[in-house]
Design a protein around this ligand. Structure first.
Ligand code: PEP
Length: 256
């Protein structure tokens, strides 16, 4: 069974102090929630503080990025082992902002994915089409390319036991324009179908596929009711602790 997973991507928001205040508020609010996996991805600078503040709670911390080398002369980069040591258990890889603004390719996503697995971090790999690609009927082809190239070399067990995918249509990220429930389900069913074809039924049934793109407290329930939507990767709406907890609560299996 796939437990729902709700992850907050804070992007480049919150100082260490602001992150600490959020985490201290979050802990007690989610202490009785054991049927949703909860993940917060603060900036690198706040990973350690947030992980410490959430230590005895059910919430985990993610990094928003890593570099694939273990160490070396790579000014400005941070390794998988470094974020793990700081307290991260998850890492977001290949977010569309990284692909668009920082030139990350599927090949780079693949290298980061291997580095994450080697450091025992759970990767959340983001895929999704641009508006132009959707309007050109390229959505499924883009997803196929990103899955095939980005996940190249992964074993069926790694897909089943560790991998999290996030379908994030680029046109829905930070725009307030959420995909309809059926658009999300169509993409998720396609992704799961490809996982079944390329990694087998067990991998496909166990891999979490999150939806991301303008998820808010008032639209998460409809998305979560779709059979292949296993959770959400939330940007803007995860910055407010009450809104975040509301989205976690609305994702609980019993409430759907
Ligand atoms: C994201 O950053 O992954 C995201 C989905 O952002 P937003 O929820 O703000 O659209």
């Amino acid at each position: 069974m796939r437990l729902p997973l709700v992850a907050g991507n804070w992007k480049m928001f919150k100082t260490v102090q602001e992150a600490f205040v959020f985490a201290k508020e979050l802990g007690p609010l989610v202490k009785d929630i054991t049927d949703v996996e909860i993940v917060i991805a603060p900036p690198f600078t706040a990973i350690h503080t947030v992980a410490e503040a959430l230590r005895h709670t059910s919430a985990f911390v993610a990094a928003q990025n890593i570099y694939w080398e273990r160490e070396g002369a790579f000014t400005g980069e941070v390794s998988a082992a470094m974020v793990k040591e700081a307290g991260a258990e998850f890492v977001i890889i290949g977010h569309s902002e990284r692909r668009r603004l920082f030139g990350e390719t599927d090949a780079i996503v693949g290298r980061k994915l291997q580095a994450a697995l080697a450091a025992a971090l759970t990767p959340i790999v983001c895929i999704g089409e641009t508006l132009e690609e959707r309007e050109g009927n390229q959505t499924l082809a883009v997803l196929d390319r990103q899955i095939k190239n980005g996940l190249d070399g992964l074993t069926a067990d790694q897909v089943a036991d560790t991998l999290v995918l996030a379908y994030e249509p680029v046109w829905a990220i930070g725009t307030g324009r959420v995909a309809t429930n059926s658009q999300a389900q169509e993409a998720h069913a396609h992704i799961r179908g490809r996982l079944r074809q390329w990694f087998g039924a067990h991998a496909a049934e166990n891999c979490h596929i999150l939806y991301g793109g303008s998820v808010k407290p008032d639209n998460i329930e409809g998305l979560m009711r779709e059979p292949d939507v296993d959770g959400a990767l939330v940007g803007g709406a995860s910055l407010d602790v009450q809104a975040f907890v509301e989205m976690v609560t609305k994702s609980r299996p019993a409430t759907l």
